[in-house]
Design a protein around this ligand. Sequence first.
Ligand code: PMP
Length: 375
Amino acid sequence: EQQSEVQSEVQRLLRPDLRGRTAYGAPQLDVAVCLNTNENSYPVPAHVVEAILAALAEEMAGLNRYPDRDFTELRKALTAYLEKQSGVSVTPDQVWAGNGSNEVLSHIVQAFGGPGRTALGFTPSYSMHPIISETLGTTWVDGLRGTGEPDTFDLSAESAVEQARLHRPSIVFLCSPNNPTGTALPFEVIGAVLDAAPDAIVVVDEAYAEFARPGTRSALTLLADHPRLVVTRTMSKAFAFAGGRLGYLVASAELVDALRLVRLPYHLSSPTQTIARVALEHADDMLGTVEVIKHQRDRIVEVLAQLGATPVASDSNFVLFGGLADEKATWQALLDAGVLVRDVGIAHHLRVTAGDPDETTAFLEAMTRLAPDHL
Ligand code: PMP
């Protein structure tokens, strides 16, 4: 009883707009096959582990000092990686990093959103975009996608432009490839939104860019002409470094400079800067599993379609699939079979991460067994 008294006291003191909310987060369960948070299933290669440990050993005695506040070496490493991965050259002062891309997204909202301002996103999309916006006092507008065929969740340039003109946002969130639907945006949407929202920072969240199907063009290629554009990326997905907590963004040097107004000093610890820098030096090895994972993703789409489900085309390391009679029952039945997937709150749909071939097989065999009763 005492506990519930304290609980109601906390609720009384809490910011009114936070009362009764529940915290974001997928269940972290101890399950054989974890395909619920879009991680890369493969461990960090042994020789990269060794290189990281050697670099850390040299630095531990220096932990009495604060880290480099401007993470200079890490920025250079990110610049080199981006050039290699996307062919786009940027300078280190155009790159900003944080503890996961969630943190760099929060820096953008702290600097460009806030009370009296509006952020617009197109739902369903990454659910942290509204959470970060609202917890930082920004009004969130849930824009719509999917004017096309049912279940494709497409966003057309025409629809995005109309919604951006209507809501006059300070920030627009685009997500390409989009989580949880998986598909990359038509490239023209980005430029069209930049034109239609002249007072907005336009964020393109490219957390899954490295998994995109051939022919997908990155928003990085637009940066040179658009000082209001921000492209965010992460080492958590293709790079197989989710536990390292390193996300980053690329924008104009002036926009990046403004983010220094809101970041906490020394937000990136010395070990974080070091492990990320060394991992980036081994980028080819860290990304060595991307093709296998893309293949598993395509396999999931193919087999689920054969079973009669409706998988959405994916440029990511996960697949959203519909056609389920009761997604909660299927989620539980998969868990009972030792496979954890994600209920993203879309009726009749679940999202599954493409794992290694064995994990993918475990999921597909379970779905094959369940199909007669669940689809
Ligand atoms: N953006 C998108 C679209 C994501 O799906 C995720 C991870 N779920 C993130 C950003 C954040 O990832 P991290 O903070 O690990 O970089």
